[in-house]
Write a protein that binds this ligand. Structure first.
Ligand code: ADP
Ligand code: MG
Length: 251
């Protein structure tokens, strides 16, 4: 296994008195899809949000341990979470485009980064929409409202928005679970095409989705990492009884 671009080390999360992640150690391989699976409430979203400090928004949140991203502890002094989130982008369960045009949704992050050259912005918007497999469907209506797109198109737009600023990592929290089966299949195909360029961490409660799209799988149970390994191995030959019980639906 290649060295992880992201190394989670002895990492715990508390909300007030309640501990929700327990001493997690996990190296997330570069330019692969790593799925995080486990039952509802086991801490998948909390772990994912820890990787780009989205949990900072909860006032009663406290951590122990480190997450190393390119030789730097993202919880160390001098790390700007806003800049971090430009390098580690996120896509949420429910598509959440801004109530703006399709074009402006993708251009938004570029403008925040200080891009001013209209031609360069238009070019990057086009590239991002192409990378998100949405360009052909929207090229004639770029200045129409993003809110008129279907749910699946909106989610691909959110992916285009996330990748426009060229992050190195994409975090996805159940990105297809609000979509119909056809839109889901398109998102899964897209994830597979993006992984050559991005390190992807995919939270899903859908085990078939994890099996279809991911290279590595981490199984979480009650805030603890039970097992991590190549997806094929986790699904065909799990080393831990808890993993086997979960995969076979025994709890
Ligand atoms: P999952 O994504 O696997 O369903 P979550 O990470 O959302 O799990 O939640 C893990 C646990 O942490 C749950 O018990 C949840 O209620 C709790 N939790 C999550 N966020 C907060 C918060 N901001 N304050 C208090 N408890 C939280
Ligand atoms: Mg969740």
């Amino acid at each position: 296994m290649s060295a992880g671009k992201i190394s989670i080390k002895n990492f715990s999360v508390f909300f007030g008195e309640k501990q929700v992640l327990f001493d997690i150690n996990l190296d997330i391989p570069e330019n692969k899809v790593t799925a995080i699976i486990g039952p509802s409430g086991c801490g998948k979203s909390t772990l994912l949000r820890s990787i780009n400090r989205m949990n900072d928004f909860f006032e009663n949140m406290r951590i122990q341990g480190e997450i190393i991203f390119e030789n730097q502890n993202i919880y160390g002094n001098g790390v700007d979470p806003v800049k971090l989130r430009q390098r580690i982008g996120m896509v949420f369960q429910k598509p959440n485009p801004f109530p703006k045009s399709i074009f402006e949704n993708v251009a938004y992050g570029l403008k925040i980064q200080g891009w001013r050259d209209k031609k360069a912005i238009a070019q990057r918007v086009e590239e991002s929409l192409k990378a998100a497999a949405l360009w052909d469907e929207v090229k004639d209506r770029l200045h129409g409202s993003a809110l008129l797109l279907s749910g699946g198109q909106q989610q691909r737009l959110c992916i285009a928005r996330a990748i426009a600023v060229e992050p190195e990592v994409l975090l996805m929290d159940e990105p297809a679970s609000a979509l119909d089966p056809i839109a889901t299949a398109r998102i899964e195909e897209l994830i597979k095409t993006l992984k050559d360029q991005y390190t992807i961490v995919l939270v899903t409660h859908n085990m078939q989705e994890a099996a279809r799209t991911s290279d590595y799988t981490a199984f979480l149970l009650m805030g603890k990492l039970v097992e991590f390994g190549p997806t094929h191995q986790i699904f065909t030959n799990p080393q831990k009884k808890e993993t086997e019980d979960y995969l076979t639906g025994r709890f």
